[in-house]
Design a protein around this ligand. Structure first.
Ligand code: DQA
Length: 148
């Protein structure tokens, strides 16, 4: 059994009603459920956290040191700005996968750069809710490979 922390950043609590043309119609609760279903068949236990506050996201990442084998994170807008979140991910040294609902490479120029992706194993972007399901499969693949 592997343990994975799933971190949802700011404004993702509004999924479902928030710019559905970009982010799709699924609520965060539905996305978490989709992930849990995928994880169950792969013997992965997920714990979820969502916050609109940078410090709370950082605290959750620090606390993961004690129990998690990997992290899946959508840092949302902090993706493009947060050196503190980037440093938290680098500090805990847990393999981390970055997820985005929208294709950040095809949007405004300021979204093209991810500060956090540089310390992640990889990034999945552009498949709306399904990006998260892919991330569960990716984390399974990563952990099955063992320490790199
Ligand atoms: C997002 C993309 C970010 O640029 C944006 O600020 C978000 C959501 C995504 O999942 O597509 O809040 O991370």
């Amino acid at each position: 059994m592997a343990n994975v922390l799933v971190v949802h950043g700011p404004n993702l609590n509004l999924l479902g009603m928030r710019e559905p043309q970009l982010y799709g119609n699924h609520t965060l609760e539905q996305i978490n459920e989709m992930m849990s279903q995928e994880a169950e068949g792969l013997n992965i236990e997920l714990r979820f956290v969502q916050s609109n506050h940078e410090g709370a996201l950082i605290d959750a990442i620090h606390e993961a040191i004690d129990w998690a084998d990997a992290i899946i994170i959508n840092p949302a807008a902090y993706t493009h700005t947060s050196v503190a979140l980037r440093d938290a991910i680098a500090s805990v040294r847990l393999p981390t996968i970055e997820v985005h609902l929208s294709n950040i490479a095809s949007r405004e120029e300021f979204r093209e750069r991810s500060v956090t992706a540089r310390v992640c194993v990889g990034q999945i972007s552009g498949f709306q809710a399904y990006s998260y399901v892919l991330a569960v499969r990716a984390v399974y693949h990563l952990l099955a490979q063992g320490p790199q």
